[in-house]
Ligand binder design. Structure first.
Ligand code: AHR
Length: 522
């Protein structure tokens, strides 16, 4: 019945919008209908999560400088990075990997710094890892950021005992050898740990396991991960890469396996032209621009494919999909260590971020966590650092602009738009999503992917009256514009006035290659 009413009001609206549009000469080819009184699921704030691996200068230099550093720091953590991440309301941070996680033995990274073991970071450049950033330093980082900890355990080369003891060390308030050790190392009270992953990419760098083998081992490891002292672990099982639905099927099909995790991870990177030559992050043509977005959009189908498998076994949606690695992966910056995955970040990456975040919002019924790879200096990062300098990337600005979607309710929307056509291939030219927050404000996030054309989009808002609008826009002169240490503000958001609101219909003039977020108030 409710559905029928909704369809009827929608049809009436379309007729209304049609005549209004005719009268006002509005473009209805590009139209986003926003149904303000028909709300969907809450958009988990953790969709806006980040990922920090012991890789290149993500941790060392990018986040951690040590308390003896001349750089302004709090407990050894760079202040500039702390402040910037707080500003985007970082909800959770994943650590210590990635592939590094399945080589990491947490006891190497506790206790007096001088006693910590130095090891070889075999995945990332073969550099010495002195373990000066370990469990205590990471938990301090999350405390200073005010975000949740997402810790990735070691299945590939660790033991069940080692993983179980880590959880005990972190979260137990009872008396035990592990809690005694924690206290000796200066932490009296147990920490709260929200997310704990049982391995990373165990089909690859995490042990080259088959789906059946991993599922069995996951059951074993998970059995010994206890909920101590009121801490409720959200256990994340290692899922597949991309569209490998078979892996998801194997994890989901038996009740006994399903009962052992709360979330299932998937990874998906956008790699233009394959894993060999991945293209430059800054010097690219329109073909690479277009291909990047065409591949970005694929994550929607991939999510829907995994959702379909999960829906069969878990129609109540008790298990979350955890997209804990996503983003653009290009060639490293010329002259940098190939194992450090350092890449610049342009307006193209900003639009990539907008496309992904809109897709995660729209799939908020199942996607509960997502983590951009990675937070500082690695892949599509939000922050770049060089010694004591820091720049905020275009991707950073999109996370700041989209932050009001966190914990808001997804709104039902209907998007009709023209295609962006290149070399005979086409993709939707507009990406969009909308939510309503607890105070009744609507946020509409839009991206115009076409670098050559302004698009006028009409957004009728049904179900409530909105009188005031404010907006912000991110765009730049070139597709490859970026923020450098010399010119850190080339790409940054500014106030946006290219809209009209009349009779509850918002008309937005989207400049070519832009991201716009609008806030509607009553
Ligand atoms: O983010 C870089 C690497 O990509 C991670 O370590 C791994 O999980 C993935 O293959």
């Amino acid at each position: 019945m409710k559905k029928l009413q909704l369809i009827l009001s929608f049809l009436l609206l379309l007729v209304g919008v049609g005549s209004y549009a005719q009268k006002e000469n509005l473009n209805t080819v590009n139209q986003l209908v926003v149904i303000a009184n028909h709300t969907g699921p809450i958009i988990s704030k953790d969709i806006y999560g980040h990922f920090s691996e012991h890789l290149g200068t993500c941790i060392y230099g990018g986040i951690w400088v040590g308390s003896g550093s001349k750089m302004p720091n709090t407990n050894g953590i760079r202040n500039d990075v702390l402040f910037a991440l707080r500003e985007i309301k970082i909800p959770n941070l994943r650590w210590p990997g990635g592939c590094f996680a399945d080589t990491y033995h947490w006891k190497d990274g506790i206790g007096p710094q001088s006693n910590r073991a130095s090891i070889i970071n075999t995945n990332w450049g073969g550099v010495t890892e002195d373990n000066s950033f370990g469990t205590h330093e990471f938990m301090k980082l999350t405390e200073l950021l005010g975000c949740d900890a997402y810790i990735n355990g070691n299945v590939g080369s660790g033991t069940v005992k080692e993983m179980a003891e880590w959880v005990e060390y972190l979260t137990s308030g009872s008396e035990s050898p592990m809690t005694k050790l924690r206290k000796e190392n200066g932490q009296e009270q147990p920490w709260k740990v929200k997310y704990f992953a049982i391995g990373n990419e165990n089909w690859g760098c995490g042990g080259n396991m088959t789906d059946e083998f991993y599922t069995s081992i996951m059951r074993q490891y998970s059995t010994f991960l206890q909920n101590y002292s009121g801490n409720q672990l959200y256990r994340v099982a290692c899922g597949p890469y991309g569209d490998n639905y078979q892996w998801t099927e194997t994890l989901m099909k038996d009740q006994e396996s399903r009962d052992r995790f709360q979330g299932l991870s998937i990874h998906y990177y956008t790699v233009v032209d394959g894993w060999g030559y991945k293209g430059s992050a800054t010097k690219f043509d329109e073909r690479e621009w277009f291909e990047t977005f065409r591949l970005n959009y694929d994550i929607d189908n991939i999510i829907k494919g995994h959702k379909a498998v999960m829906d069969r076994y878990d129609p109540q949606k008790t298990k979350g999909l955890v997209v804990d690695e996503w983003g653009n992966w290009f060639n490293v910056e010329p002259g940098t260590n190939p194992g450090f995955l350092n890449q610049q970040n342009t307006l193209r990456d900003a639009i990539t971020a907008a496309i992904h975040l809109n897709i995660f919002n729209q799939n908020a019924d199942r996607v509960k966590v997502a983590n951009l790879a990675q937070v500082v200096n690695v892949l599509q990062s939000v922050i770049l650092t060089k010694d004591d300098k820091m720049v905020l990337t275009p991707t950073y600005h999109v996370f700041r602009m989209f932050r009001d979607h966190q914990e808001a309710q997804l709104l039902n929307t209907d998007l009709r738009c023209e295609d962006y056509v290149f070399n005979g291939k086409k993709i939707p030219a507009i990406s969009a999503s909308a939510s309503i927050d607890k105070s009744g404000k609507i946020h509409i996030s839009l991206a115009n992917l076409n670098p050559n054309k302004e698009i006028i989009i009409t957004c009728p808002v049904i179900g409530d009256i909105f009188k005031t609008v404010t907006g912000e826009i991110l765009t730049a002169s070139e597709m490859g514009s970026y923020n450098s240490f010399e010119k850190p503000e080339t790409v940054k958001p500014v106030s946006f006035k290219g809209y009209k609101l009349r009779e509850n219909i918002l008309t937005v003039n989207m400049p070519p290659k832009s991201v716009v977020v609008l806030e509607l108030m009553k």
